[in-house]
Design a protein around this ligand. Structure first.
Ligand code: PRX
Length: 657
């Protein structure tokens, strides 16, 4: 194992919540006890508190077909009704649901009532395009309100959305469309990126250029007004289709186990996995954790999760949980540095954001840009700060607290009580937070996600599956089924069982290394499999290797994630060429572009090194560990198991050359 058990993570600083914060907090410490004493009872109560059910459930959990769980199975519930209609029925129709801020500075505000109307219209329009319950809808949109409207309209009619991040290529989009057999694609002409229009529709056109796809219609939102190619047999403008549809639509309850969405994520093989989430359990855990982890007071808070809807964080904490909880949220289309490096802080000041949820890579970027930028904005409204996607190193945690969490105005005023910081560990597969402090209860600790959320049983085990003691490291597992857990991999249940349930008997294997410190708090140590984490985005080494070897120049390839100060990890590839490239050809640039086209710009290797050989064991396995040493500029570790131990010398020489 390479769970870095030798990593001596030690942290003596602890920050107790202020008495004021705890007094107002939605969750107190009794929640842990209550959940531990009667886990299923706790989830049943939570399910009834957080959601309005069309049909109440009689059974909480059915684990008889483990590892496929059924939660609240005979209950019926409609996600869109819970996110929208019921708030309007409860007199909250005028509350702002979404403050949208476009990158060029255009804004739109949707109240709950307006968002409900928009979703009803979209639901009617989708139905008139032949989309029915159980059909799949691919969503390839930027961070604009139509993304949320599309997802909720699908959920309303029981169609299953499959959101594909806009940074993925045409090829990646097509393979996801094919795998899910999507009937409808919803996209936009483009978006704005660093002040310039950036296109999206051409990727859809390219994806669908080859015959044999399942798509019957493509709906196109006009976002940046650029010219687009038009295919009369497929394409329809959003405005002409949705805005003219009827605003009357009655939501019916869907079975709790009806699939809500499929979201593709990288695994340890070349093929991305379509993670399946169902309706009831997923919504319960997303809503409950959103409320507890962020201490949400929906009547007064302004929540901002900076994640894109192309990732699970955007699903759970942009589209579903905030709206189910009746909160007001901010949605921002662009990058943090457009048109200036203070854009996020300006947005926080403008909308009075109270809860910010973002990734360590962003925090480290802001650290690099310097504190004078956030210091010149009024961030006094902030009261909870969240982190997600990778471990937050203690330096970044302290900066987040000291610079962002104590800012009490532009004049350098500081808060008496810095805002609590909640580091949240979870995965696409878990659906919602699994390990996170409760901000009004936990004495927080820089760098550690600390404790499982109430109702969740997480453990750290050794190679044999035995719990490790405090101060020891091992593998992170989840012992009991949880409401938001994935229900399988689209079209491949064997892979589901194999990937998550075969490593340790009866336990879910998360793929992360972890350690318990002397207080029993959990520290995440990174992936122990072939998955990389670049800027909080999951990438598979094998997927990038497959892409590289598919290029005619390449005979063999090995990809590793090398430590990077800002992005966490950076993709580094080692390739052996099988031909001599044409004179003047920039092989590295060609291969980077090839990976960009195959998978998407986010997967482009930072460095590609052409080497004469790759280090392999006698059984032919590439020793990535040694390549990681090279990529990180370290002395190469134990190479005695190499079939040919001159290889590493050759690699080192080719690097110098
Ligand atoms: O390695 C862990 C890391 O991100 C992986 C899950 O990636 P994904 O499915 O894309 O979901 C990301 C957002 C939930 C995990 O296996 N990870 C996520 N959050 C943390 C983390 N590692 C350490 N600390 C975290 N808070």
């Amino acid at each position: 194992m390479n769970a870095q058990t030798d990593n001596l993570l030690q942290e003596n600083r602890k920050f107790k919540p202020s008495a004021e914060f705890s007094a107002r907090a939605v969750a107190d410490s009794t929640r842990y006890e209550r959940a531990a004493n009667d886990r299923l009872g706790y989830w049943a109560d939570t399910a009834r508190k957080r959601l309005t059910w069309d049909t109440d459930f009689t059974q909480v959990l059915d684990w008889s077909e483990a590892p496929v769980a059924k939660w609240f199975a005979d209950g019926k519930v409609n996600a869109a009704y819970n996110a929208l209609d019921r708030h309007v029925e409860n007199g909250l129709g005028d509350r702002v649901a979404i403050h949208f801020e476009g990158e060029p500075g255009d804004t739109r505000t949707y109240t709950y009532s307006q968002l409900t109307t928009a979703v009803k219209q979209a639901a009617n329009a989708f139905e008139s395009l032949g989309v029915a319950k159980g059909d799949r809808v691919a969503v390839y949109l930027p961070m604009i309100p139509e993304a949320v409207i599309t997802m909720l309209a699908c959920a309303r009619i029981g169609a299953i959305h499959s959101v594909v991040f806009g940074g993925f290529s045409a090829d990646a989009l097509r393979s996801r469309i094919d795998d899910a057999q999507a009937k409808l694609v919803v996209t936009a002409d483009g978006t704005w990126r660093r002040g310039k229009p950036s296109a999206l529709k051409p990727a859809v056109d390219e994806a669908l250029a080859k015959e044999g796809h399942s798509v019957q219609n493509v709906l196109v939102v006009k976002r940046n007004g650029q010219d687009v190619a038009w295919n009369d047999s497929l394409d329809k403008w959003w405005a002409e289709t949705i805005d003219t549809a009827s605003a009357e639509h009655t939501a019916v309850g869907h079975e709790a186990e009806h699939p809500l969405f499929v979201l593709y994520t990288s695994g340890t093989t070349g093929k991305p996995k379509g993670i399946i989430h169902t309706t009831g359990g997923y919504l319960v855990q997303a809503a409950a954790t959103h409320r507890d982890t962020f201490d949400l007071h929906p009547e007064s808070d302004v929540f901002w999760c900076t994640a894109d809807i192309g990732w699970v964080t955007g699903h759970s904490y942009v589209t579903y949980a905030p709206l189910i909880n009746g909160a007001t949220q901010v949605m921002y289309e662009g990058t943090p540095d457009s048109p200036h490096q203070g854009r996020w802080w300006e947005i926080i000041e403008k909308y009075g954001v109270t809860i910010l949820y973002t990734a360590p890579t962003a925090i480290r970027t802001f650290m690099k840009w310097g504190r004078s930028i956030p210091d010149s904005f009024d961030l006094s409204s902030l009261r909870v700060l969240g982190s997600v996607g990778e471990s937050i190193n203690p330096e970044a945690w302290m900066w987040y607290r000291d610079v962002i969490g104590t800012n009490n105005g532009k004049n350098g005023e500081r808060k008496d009580h810095p805002t609590p910081i909640v580091d949240t560990w979870w995965q696409t597969e878990t659906g919602a937070h699994m390990i996170a402090p409760l901000p009004g209860v936990t004495a927080t600790k820089p760098g550690s996600a600390q404790t499982p959320v109430p109702g969740i049983t997480v453990d750290v085990v050794d190679e044999m599956g035995v719990s490790v003691g405090n101060g020891e490291g091992g593998f992170l597992v989840i012992r009991d089924p949880w409401p938001g857990m994935l229900r399988g991999i689209w079209g491949d249940m064997d892979r589901y069982k194999d990937t998550y349930w075969s490593r340790f008997e009866g336990m879910y294997f998360a793929g992360d290394g972890a350690k318990r410190d002397e207080d029993g708090d959990i520290w995440l140590l990174g992936r122990v499999d072939d998955v990389m984490n670049v800027s909080g985005h999951r990438l598979s080494t094998t997927e990038i290797e497959s892409s590289l070897v598919a290029h005619p120049y390449v005979a063999e390839a090995a990809v590793v994630g090398a430590k990077d100060e800002t992005t966490g990890e950076a993709v580094v590839a080692f390739v052996i060429l099988q031909i001599t490239p044409p004179e003047g050809e920039d092989v590295v640039a060609t291969l980077r572009a090839h990976v960009g086209k195959d998978i998407g710009p986010i997967a482009k290797p930072r460095h590609i090194l052409v080497v004469p050989e790759l280090p392999k064991t006698r059984s032919g396995k590439i020793m990535r560990r040694l390549l990681k040493d090279v990529a990180e500029g370290r002395e190469v570790g134990d190479a005695t198991t190499l079939a040919d131990n001159t290889v590493m010398t050759q690699i080192a020489e080719s690097m110098r050359g």
